[in-house]
Design a binder for this molecule. Structure first.
Ligand code: ZN
Length: 159
């Protein structure tokens, strides 16, 4: 496994629509493993392939309940509404208040191409929505109702 360089906001690759994964091979597994390692190193809860410059539809998520690898994820349902502060490894040091569904379900494939469904609520639903947005070139700052102020950021780091 290896750490990969995380693209920062302003890199046009973060704004592109990623293509479906079609080859479930060692190249994909290495990518997923590198993404998980890079996410942990950055103390993030999710990372999408375009953030490491690979325009393919796969994400890794770990909100503290175990690692999820979602390949070719697609929303099945989205319900409810929640608002919370969100950040992104591609936009370091900035946080904003974003509305997301309370509960989502997605269909996805695992690293071997086998189909599964995931139901996610609360913070996991936020992470799923945030990462899936990356696959369509959407960043949380596009959806934030407002960004946190320097005072609010300071309070976050003190908590
Ligand atoms: Zn992000």
């Amino acid at each position: 496994m290896a750490l990969r360089n995380i693209l920062k906001e302003g890199d046009e690759r973060l704004r592109k629509k990623s293509r479906e994964v079609t080859d479930f091979n060692q190249r994909l597994w290495t990518l997923l493993e590198d993404m998980a390692e890079t996410m942990k190193d950055g103390e993030g809860v999710g990372l999408a392939a375009p953030q490491v410059g690979v325009l393919r539809r796969c994400v890794v998520i770990d909100v503290g309940e175990g690692l999820h690898e979602l390949v070719n994820p697609v929303f099945l349902t989205q319900e409810g509404d929640q608002a919370g502060s969100e950040g992104c490894l591609s936009i370091p040091g900035e946080y904003g208040i974003v509305h997301r569904p309370q509960k989502v379900s997605v269909r996805y494939q695992d690293r071997y191409g086998k189909p599964h469904e995931l139901e996610a609520q609360d913070f996991l639903a936020v992470a799923v929505c945030h990462e899936l947005d990356h696959l369509d070139g959407v960043l949380f700052i596009d959806k934030a109702e407002r960004m946190l102020t320097p005072e609010e950021l300071q309070q976050m780091t003190e908590d």
